[in-house]
Design a protein around this ligand. Sequence first.
Ligand code: GMT
Length: 376
Amino acid sequence: MGLKIGITCYPTVGGSGVIATELGKLLAEKGHEIHFISSNMPFRLTKLYSNIYFHEVEINNYPIFQHPPYDLALSSKMADVIDQEQLDILHVHYAVPHAVCAILAKQMATRDVKIVTTLHGTDITVLGVDLSLKNIIRYGIEESDCVTTVSESLKKQTEEIVSVKKDMNVIYNFVDEREYKENTDMKLKEDLGIKDYEKVVIHISNFRKVKRVPDVIRVFANIVKEMPSKLLLIGDGPDYVTVRELVKELGIEDDVIFLGKQENVAELLSIADLKLLLSEKESFGLVLLEAMASGVPCIGTNTGGMPEVIKDSETGYICQVTDVDMISQKAVKLLSDQDLWRQFSKASLMRVQCEFSSRRIVEQYEQLYHELIDSS
Ligand code: GMT
């Protein structure tokens, strides 16, 4: 039986928004009715689906309020949608503010809806250490009907940082395999001014400090000394200027291509040979999975959920955070050994299919929704 499911996420570019939107799209394909409740249309919702609806949260900026009351406007909208659309499930991404808004909405609505909260990391590992927010994060988690985390590591960190007792389910992130291809698009390489014999290293992030993008630059500077290669940098954020300066200082400007924010990363991944994500905090690293689905081996760091995504020495490498020398050695080894590269590329594709396939993960969410409804 098709369910009526409300989904709230941050609609901007970012892993949590991607997962929430892709999940909504795949659930709709399976016959469920999906209602996105958000301040903007989620950026991946690019085409029209007959059973996906969008409810915009309008935030009026009255002069009497020092800060526009987004959380209250969202709660009020959620309560309206629960009753008008007769929702069975309200699936929110992030404990704060979304789970807390959902709890308030549930109290206001006349219909009994089940709240599912998915934790993505930043609310726990960044906000959870802020003592003024710890209690409200814990409240959002404990009062949800069900909580999922995107990795075992995040589950453990949530228990430790926010001291929650609630039973949480780990449901890994996924990719829609239909979007990712492993073949090299020579035309795109040429368009970007990359020679066909040059290796392509790629990094995608929001350039926040935790992503340690300067380490990516230093590693690439070592790679380019050993073989002709180019670095594609996708994204923008606080460290962007520092990174540009470092590229200049290291004299590798001709080999680093800054592409800024890009929505269609699948095409760019299809021309890559190696993906680097060297963060100091990363609850999952969805971009790793996107790369692996394109047959691109990854090097990540020994933090958060990354060791659950990359199988060390099988699909890529896991190195210590900040260990630029070791990361450079592993990268050069992988890029210069064709047989090893092919083996890792194949293993990456297999791992995505076996552990993180959209079919498997979407079924896990559906099962959870049904269990919640049946238990009431
Ligand atoms: O990494 C970010 O800064 C964005 C953030 C988000 O909310 O999209 O990413 C978090 O959620 C993603 C989807 O579950 C995970 O893949 C990222 O690892 C996680 N980021 C961090 O834990 C820093």
